[in-house]
Unconditional design. Structure first.
Length: 350
């Protein structure tokens, strides 16, 4: 990460998760003074403590739903990565208020604690499911974004910058489909997919951390950052995994899960109409209009019709070979191939 983090204290909420592990290890390569891991699971904290074994790590047991525990962990902190969330779509469908309590109220607690202690910058992690949401998980994440953006509107003179990043499927993160495919292949089972025609944006954990780093370097109040990404169909992803593992397993279609969409969008046309193109990223600036409603009726944006949603069905689709190449950038996949005695190279010829 940027050398500007040297000597800083950093808090990572949800720090024992897939993203937390990755960002903590990257931070430890820099001259940070302290990294605080905030999560509910003491067993995962203990495992992480022994796995990483670095004196700069501090572990805080707590829940983002409880303001006092968040406030305590935020004291004297310079930067906050807010990754704590309920992320599983089906479980949030059955327990939507749990998603609200963690993803919305919990995020508000993080922002409020950051304001209380004068934290320099907070980056909140969101998802493409927050765009045109059809499920409780996406709806709660969309509200999380609004909570983050409203902070600047209501605190124009604050020294704490609150921004969001939005990304698609993080490959090989906890609960993602790729490790499931590999487990099924290793156990001699068929690969199960919900709908092979579904398309999703694909991003590595390393790229998700780069996105957060970019936000810390460039964010102004209320910004939303999106990393440009290619997409692929779930059917092609399954076939790419089968090819890499030289497997003749079949692809078994089991049907769409609760509240899943056929495609996902990383940004709407309305957001893109006010976005700044920053190379690999879009910076969507906050809508800072006040509550003077006459603006909405007397002025409009004639440029919005010239943009299209950044949707996984309409952006460039990766070929199966390209998906294989992307999979081979993941150290976890290369390790599984090595354990299986297989070469870490593209298997497809088309």
């Amino acid at each position: 990460m940027s050398d500007s983090y040297g000597g800083a204290r950093v808090l990572v909420t949800g720090g024992t998760g897939s993203f937390g592990h990755t960002v903590v290890k990257k931070l430890l390569d820099r001259d940070v003074a302290e990294i605080r891991i905030f999560s509910r699971d003491e067993a995962k904290q203990d495992f992480m403590r022994h796995e990483i074994n670095d004196d700069r790590l501090r572990f805080y047991v707590g829940d983002v739903r409880d303001f006092d525990s968040v406030d305590r962990a935020s004291r004297d902190v310079d930067y906050i990565f807010h990754a704590a969330a309920l992320k599983q779509v089906p479980s949030c469908e059955f327990f939507p208020m749990e998603a609200v309590r963690t993803n919305v109220t919990g995020s508000e607690n993080v922002v409020r604690a950051a304001d209380h202690h004068g934290v320099k910058s907070v980056v909140c992690l969101s998802t493409d499911k927050a765009v045109y949401p059809v499920n409780a998980m996406g709806m709660s994440k969309a509200l999380m974004e609004k909570v983050a953006q409203s902070y600047g509107l209501n605190n124009p003179n604050t020294d704490t910058t609150v921004s969001c990043v939005r990304y698609g499927n993080v490959m090989y993160s906890r609960g993602s489909v790729i490790p499931l495919f590999i487990r099924q292949i290793k156990s001699g089972k068929n690969i199960t997919v919900t709908n092979p025609e579904m398309t999703r944006f694909m991003m590595s954990l390393a790229h998700s951390v780069d996105l957060v780093e970019f936000a810390f370097r460039n964010a102004q109040q209320g910004d939303l950052f999106v990393r440009k990404a290619k997409a692929c169909s779930i059917g092609d992803l399954a076939q790419a995994v089968l090819n890499l593992f030289r497997s003749d397993a079949k692809v078994e279609v089991i049907g769409t899960r609760h509240a899943e969409k056929l495609s996902e969008a990383l940004a709407t046309r309305e957001e893109l109409s006010r976005a700044r193109d920053m190379g690999d990223y879009f910076r969507v600036v906050a809508d800072n209009r006040d509550l003077n409603y006459s603006v909405y009726f007397e002025e409009g944006d004639v440029t919005q019709s010239h943009f299209e949603d950044y949707d996984s069905h309409t952006v460039d689709q990766m070929s199966i070979v390209e998906v294989e190449e992307l999979l081979l950038t993941l150290p976890e996949v290369r390790k599984e191939l090595q354990l299986a005695g297989l070469p870490a190279e593209v298997a497809s010829q088309s």
